[in-house]
Design a protein around this ligand. Structure first.
Ligand SMILES: Cc1cc2nc3c(=O)[nH]c(=O)nc-3n(C[C@H](O)[C@H](O)[C@H](O)COP(=O)(O)OP(=O)(O)OC[C@H]3O[C@@H](n4cnc5c(N)ncnc54)[C@H](O)[C@@H]3O)c2cc1C
Length: 416
């Protein structure tokens, strides 16, 4: 089949690779000059069960705090009706989960996809010999009993699915991550032995090359102005007519909803901004070995080669393009509390702000639409790096007419 993909973030690149490997003629359209320049650029690096990522799904972690210096969700002045509606739905789902004491079905869908994705990522990395920065082990820090309580539904979903999560005491946590500050108050921790810290952008750039070797063509600096149905196609900005394809896969991250709307397809997709700070290692003994999640502040600290990356913050609504000053303060504070002296702040520090493409129940939308030939792989929210390899494989199977290896229940666009 002749297939167009819109967007070359981690989701578009993994999709292009799977479809090209299956023998399809793949063309990727990307408005930026390279792959992984938007949300996939400097992600937190957490590769662990999807439900353990901060903001992975409603009811999976802390209830957001909206005000004050330690707010975990900041509402910008330019909130739209779509933002408010997303927030209402997210909060309603989180409350329903808290009331019932049971994890929402969306957590099971996320967990299934994340596990499959993890296996697929490892297969790709090994079989293609992708040399991307990664370090093993994920540790979730529970500073207080309240942190443990907040994670209870996510843990139940993981255990129901048979995942290996070890509850460890503070001393064991410090053995697993010896750089952790002894001054940090810690009740206990959760250890995910097969979790990883990994460089998403590097992986995307390497996999793009592998996709090209299978014949996929990447058109950079090429913006798709609109999608067409009957026949499926894409119209590139500056061109007078659409280009027809047998199938079009939309992987345009936060910009997907605007491309779908003219075709009568509405998706409750919003942008939840966050930031990361990457700094060179100063003293290895005081830095993380793998990736650490501070459940209280919804912040991750990951070891990526000779750098440490701290990431977090959640800002809803239109706001300035730069990182939010209060988010940055929190990132530096948490890094200093957990790994004091681990990084150098004097030079080579990279500050980044990106937008998580969020749907209101957590999991992405993967599959067919009501428009023949138009497929979706989008809305991966806060765990797109951890989910991309799996959702790409499952979607490629669907397009090729094979039964995917995992159930896609809870991932279809029709659920909205
Ligand atoms: C601060 C932060 C930390 C994060 N940490 C983690 C983490 O630790 N682990 C994890 O798993 N996930 C994490 N995420 C989430 C993850 O980054 C995203 O889910 C993922 O990158 C989404 O990938 P994507 O390919 O869907 O979107 P993108 O990477 O945004 O790709 C979409 C692409 O489509 C292109 N595009 C859009 N419109 C058009 C058009 N009209 N024509 C042509 N091209 C177009 C864009 O230019 C872009 O390149 C984090 C996100 C943020 C913001």
């Amino acid at each position: 089949m002749k297939i167009a993909i819109v967007g070359a973030g981690i989701v578009g690149v993994t999709t292009a690779h799977e479809l090209a490997q299956d023998g399809h003629a793949v063309t990727v359209f990307e408005q930026r000059s390279a792959a992984a320049e938007e949300a996939s650029f400097a992600t937190g690096g957490l590769l662990a069960p999807g439900v353990l990522s901060p903001w992975s799904a409603p009811g999976a972690s802390q209830t957001p705090a909206y005000f004050g210096r330690h707010a975990t969700l900041r509402l910008g002045s330019g909130l739209t009706l779509a933002d408010l509606s997303w927030l209402r739905r997210w909060r309603r789902a989180a409350r329903a989960s808290a009331r019932s004491g049971e994890p929402l079905p969306s957590l099971a869908a996320l967990e299934r996809l994340a596990r499959y994705s993890h296996a697929r990522l490892q297969h790709l990395a090994e079989s293609l010999d992708l040399q991307f920065e990664h370090s093993p082990g994920a540790l979730l820090l529970l500073r207080t009993p309240r942190d443990a309580q907040a994670l209870a539904p996510a843990l139940k979903a993981l255990r129901d699915a048979g995942s290996t999560i070890r509850e460890v005491d503070a001393d064991t946590a410090r053995t697993l991550e010896p750089g952790l500050s002894h001054a940090l108050p810690l009740t206990s921790a959760l250890h995910v032995p097969d979790g990883l810290a990994g460089n998403c952008r590097q992986f995307a750039l390497l996999l793009r090359q592998a996709a090209q070797q299978h014949g996929a063509q990447f058109h950079f600096n090429t913006r798709v102005a609109r999608l067409t149905g009957h026949p499926a196609g894409v119209q590139v900005e500056g061109e007078s007519a659409p280009r027809p394809f047998d199938a079009v896969v939309l992987c345009a991250g936060v910009q997907s909803a605007a491309l779908l709307q003219p075709l009568g397809q509405r998706l409750p997709l919003v942008a939840l901004h966050g930031s990361s700070v990457s700094a060179p290692l100063r003293e290895e003994l005081h830095a993380p070995l793998g990736v650490v999640v501070d459940v209280q502040t919804q912040t991750t600290i990951a070891r990526l080669g000779q750098r440490v990356r701290v990431s977090g913050g959640a800002e809803l609504g239109r706001s300035a393009a730069q990182a939010h000053p209060q988010t940055l303060k929190t990132l530096y504070r948490v890094l200093g509390e957990c790994f004091p002296g681990g990084v150098s702040h004097s030079s080579g520090v990279q500050v980044w702000r990106g937008a998580r493409p969020m749907l209101p129940d957590g999991p992405p939308a993967v599959g067919a639409t009501a428009v023949p030939g138009l497929w979706l792989n989008l809305g991966h929210g806060a765990s797109g790096w951890a989910l991309a390899c799996g959702s790409a494989r499952a979607l490629a199977d669907q397009i090729t007419g094979r039964t995917p290896d995992i159930s896609l229940e809870g991932l279809g666009a029709q659920r909205f």
